[in-house]
Design a protein around this ligand. Structure first.
Ligand code: IPE
Ligand code: IPE
Ligand code: MG
Length: 241
């Protein structure tokens, strides 16, 4: 009998059921991917954007109802200005790509995070993209200028503005950015680091974590299938027995 350590591409991937409807990705490792090739970090971000599309299409084909991706954190503004600009330009180009080829994604785009510091052009394009595929049952949440802590502050301020002086878990779940798609069942982080980096702090309470050394631009649909197999090999107890 063959013994597999790690990836087993010949294994069958279970069909998704109600237990696995939402997958999230911390798309990390673009810069290192480019560096390995002697190229500027921006080159890695470009490659990463292409992979994003392929992964989204695969997730729709597998039947995920929600995919959430971490594209730009509240902390990523600390990067050199040219990299931040390149990322914003890439987002702009990407929105054009989505607007033109939206049928490929079979999903509605929802942008999560504080979009107010983005340029008016970018914000208009985001609004346009969000209006497309409005009837789709699938959601792709794209986290831009997103931080889990900033999201909590935003949520509490929203509830305060409603006049709430005490809040419940249900109240918070209703006002977090991901309120339409609920909590992720699994969070995948590429790039080898074992941390959450301020992503989905509230929503991650009972998420399964899947860490891989694979750099984001190298991630393949087969890697997603491996994550699905791992998900179904785990036992979620939610504190019970
Ligand atoms: C993730 O890749 C993309 C963003 C944070 C925008 P990185 O740019 O963090 O790539 P590494 O981690 O430096 O390789
Ligand atoms: C997390 O990656 C943010 C995104 C993928 C957008 P980072 O590269 O910013 O995270 P750290 O700095 O390694 O924690
Ligand atoms: Mg990184």
């Amino acid at each position: 009998m063959a013994l597999f350590k790690g990836k087993n591409p010949t294994a069958e991937t279970p069909a998704l059921d109600d237990n696995f409807q939402h997958i999230a990705f911390i798309m990390d490792g673009n810069g290192r991917w480019a560096k390995k090739r002697g190229m500027p970090r921006e080159f890695g971000h470009k490659a990463g954007a292409k992979v994003f599309k392929r992964i989204c299409e695969h997730c729709a084909d597998r039947g995920f109802r929600a995919v959430t991706v971490y594209a730009f954190s509240t902390e990523n503004w600390k990067r050199p200005e040219h990299e931040v600009n390149a990322l914003m330009e890439l987002l702009c180009d990407y929105l054009d790509e989505f607007i033109e080829n939206h049928e490929d994604y079979k999903s509605r785009f929802v942008f999560i995070g504080d979009l107010s510091p983005l340029s008016p052009t970018l914000r208009e394009k985001i609004a346009e993209a969000e209006r497309i595929n409005a009837d789709s049952p699938r959601i792709i949440n794209i986290a831009i200028n997103y931080g889990g802590r900033a999201e909590m502050v935003h949520a509490f301020n929203t509830l305060a503005a409603e006049g709430k002086t005490t809040v419940t878990e249900e109240d918070i779940a209703r006002v977090v950015y991901t309120h339409e798609s609920g909590d992720p069942d699994m969070i995948v982080r590429t790039g080898g680091d074992l941390r959450i980096s301020n992503f989905l702090l509230w929503q991650a309470a009972y998420a399964e974590f899947y860490f891989t050394d694979t750099l984001w631009p190298d991630l393949t649909p087969e890697d997603v299938d491996e994550a699905i197999r791992v998900f179904y090999s785990r036992k979620r107890r939610y504190g019970g027995l």
